[in-house]
Design a binder for this molecule. Sequence first.
Ligand code: CA
Length: 229
Amino acid sequence: MKVLIVEDEYDIAANIGDYLESHGHVPDYAYDGVGGLHLALTEHYDAIVLDVMLPRMNGLRFCENLRQESVHTPVLMLTARDTLEDKLAGFSVGTDDYLVKPFALQELYVRLEALIRRHQPEHMASKVLKIADLELNPATHQASRAGQALKLNPVGLKLLKLLMEASPNTVSRSILEQSLWQEAPPESDALRSHLYALRQVVDKPFEHALIHTVHGIGYRLVAPESHAA
Ligand code: CA
């Protein structure tokens, strides 16, 4: 399992990382909120260990931004104080669990394992989606076309999954927006720009486009031969 550790205290980050590594996990590190958020949005992690007090962006803002981008990676938050307000603040921005510093590494490990397990049924139920030469494995978050790996961010992966699951049907803009951002799309053109980015990766390098705009309605993803009709 891949775990992102966002913690500005190097010793604590290294201790957590070493402990996780010795239990077979693969740790990755960020030492401030902005760098951590960038990693969390561009790479796939099974869980995130997040300190609250961080330079450049605190843990609460980090979590809020992460959830706004529709990334649901489980987050274990590290707080310095055990107050109800801190706890509530953490949960209201989408934290899954929290630990008060100082903590035992073993406890952190047990809680992380529980978080990862809780998020798994969704993954295990999914199977590989395949349309023409395009493949997506929702469990491993790997996409490929014509045997070439496609590099997609979490929003791109989610969009691709929605379109592939619905294929050959059209998915309306509002369904896509709701699935990605629930009631609150970040801005009116966000979907359009995410679709543009997705097409740059999935369609542009290849001869036939699979993603099609259905004007006034939404988008559909179909094999070239079924689109020709
Ligand atoms: Ca800190």
